[in-house]
Design a protein around this ligand. Structure first.
Ligand code: ADP
Ligand code: MG
Length: 457
């Protein structure tokens, strides 16, 4: 029987050594196993902390039987294993088991997620205003813009910013401050429970007003809910009068939220309203690089072209961008068993992940752009951008030409789109220019020949 912490640690270290031998895939081991440890043992379940959600998925799935075999051989018993990302493990999990008779608590699931911070929030022109305003109020809660109202379409970082504010206040500017993060959805739910008499409405109000900071995410969930809005209004006024900081997010600005009471629209507009726009391609690439590292992987595994392609395709929604990256990683590691993710591998994986008939041709288009950019020492976004100095323009024309001759069914309009929305006559002229030049200019011919060589699969 295992009894002490050091025995548990020893057990796990022995298990890891054996797993590494049986696995025979050093990179997989280094990325997903080497930072694991036993968090706790609950009955016959061993809870193992891992360094990412991806690691949890892999260890719970593909590698489960290897691990479980090794552990059960070593312990000579039949433990089940549960793999949980470190960031999702709370000491309170353990406490709540020990003390089941806790006082009534509202918003049971709401908590500040320590993984969502300003440090790992990438700032670009699309979100600079929102990010700076958030940092300012987090540094000085209740003293600057109140409320701070952030809006954007889905997946652009509102919730991340909310948690970043919470973490910053908790860890930096005002340790000890009481912060409540709650989604509009949970707020409505909790209020309804109190109306139904399951919980007490006054108690709920006292509970909320006791906090120093209220982070209310997705306030549009209160639209059409007259009673909930009345209730929220009284809570809001009480908090404001006490100088508490309020931060609100929504998928649109206050005035556009259908059926939101006029008095709430007025209140929400009194502080500062900021919008998050769509990120540009370079920022998306930077976000991807951060997420890859956060997953415990090396950025070198990915060809730049893959990152630029994903960034281009999913810039409207960073959640989808991240989701696709995760699925791509999962697919390439577990199904394809490749360590290096090239555009060709990505094309194949994405085809099966997201389907869509155009993806192969879009990838080829992106591949040509990347190869040409690389040849001329430009970034892909310079190549597709607006600057028209000689060398860049020439490279751009060559890229358009190569796309046209390589991908037979791609239209001039579509090529124009890939180059920042140029019209088809501009594209046509560019292609003709290269076509003519090839007959008279040997250095141009040499460049195009070399590029075609590099583009061969
Ligand atoms: P929203 O609340 O606007 O729908 P989220 O805050 O949930 O969006 O963001 C979606 C995902 O994208 C999250 O995983 C979040 O961490 C990530 N994300 C959003 N913006 C950024 C950013 N600027 N830097 C890094 N990650 C980001
Ligand atoms: Mg959100």
């Amino acid at each position: 029987m295992i009894s002490s912490i050091s025995e548990i640690t020893q057990l796990w270290n022995r298990a890891l050594t054996k797993i590494e031998q049986r696995l025979g895939e050093k990179q997989v081991f280094d990325s997903f196993f080497s930072e694991t440890y036993i968090f706790e043992i609950k009955g016959d379940v061993i809870v193992v902390a891992v360094n990412s959600s991806l690691a949890a998925t892999l260890l719970q799935g593909k590698y489960y039987s290897i691990i479980s075999d090794v552990v059960n051989e070593l312990t000579e018993s039949n433990f089940k294993l549960e793999f949980v990302p470190e960031k999702d493990l709370k000491v309170s999990d353990v406490q709540s088991i020990a003390a089941p008779t806790q006082k009534q608590k509202f918003f049971a699931d709401s908590e500040i997620k320590s993984a969502l911070t300003f440090d790992n929030f990438v700032v670009g022109s699309f979100n600079r205003e929102a990010s700076q305003a958030s940092l300012m109020i987090a540094s000085n809660p209740g003293k600057m813009f109140n409320p701070l109202f952030i809006y954007s379409s889905s997946g652009l970082g509102k919730t991340h910013l909310m948690h970043a504010i919470g973490n910053y206040i908790q860890n930096v500017s005002k340790p000890g401050a009481k912060i409540l993060y709650v989604s509009g959805f949970d707020f409505v739910e909790e209020y309804i429970k109190s109306v139904r008499g399951e919980k007490d409405a006054q108690l709920l109000k006292d509970y909320i007003c006791d906090f120093d900071v209220l982070l209310l995410d997705d306030v549009q969930m209160l639209a059409n809910k007259v009673k909930t809005q009345d209730y929220f209004f009284t809570v809001y006024e009480k908090l404001m009068n006490a100088g508490k900081q309020i931060v609100i997010t929504s998928d649109r600005q206050p005035i556009e939220i259908a059926e939101l009471q006029e008095r709430l629209v007025t209140r929400f507009s009194r502080g500062l309203i900021v919008k998050i726009n769509e990120p540009d391609q370079n920022t998306c690439v930077e976000i991807l690089r951060k997420k890859i590292i956060a997953n415990g992987l090396s950025v070198d595994r990915f060809d730049d072209a893959v990152l630029y392609f994903l960034a281009d395709k999913f810039s409207q929604n960073l959640r989808e961008l991240e989701g696709t990256l995760n699925r791509l990683i999962f697919y390439t590691l577990s199904v394809k068993h490749t360590d290096h993710i090239t555009l060709d591998v990505a094309a194949e994986s994405l085809q099966s992940i997201i389907g869509g008939k155009n993806i192969a041709s879009e990838l080829s288009e992106q591949k040509i752009i990347n190869v040409v950019a690389d040849y001329y020492n430009l970034s892909p976004s310079q190549l597709t951008g607006k600057i028209r100095t000689g060398q860049i323009a020439l490279a751009r024309h060559i890229a358009m030409y190569l796309i046209r001759i390589t991908l037979i069914d791609v239209s001039l309009e579509k090529i124009g789109m890939a180059f920042g929305g140029k019209d088809h006559t501009t594209v046509m002229n560019a292609i003709q220019k290269v076509d003519k030049g090839l007959k008279t200019d040997p250095s141009l011919k040499e460049a195009v020949d070399e590029l075609q060589k590099r583009l061969k699969p």
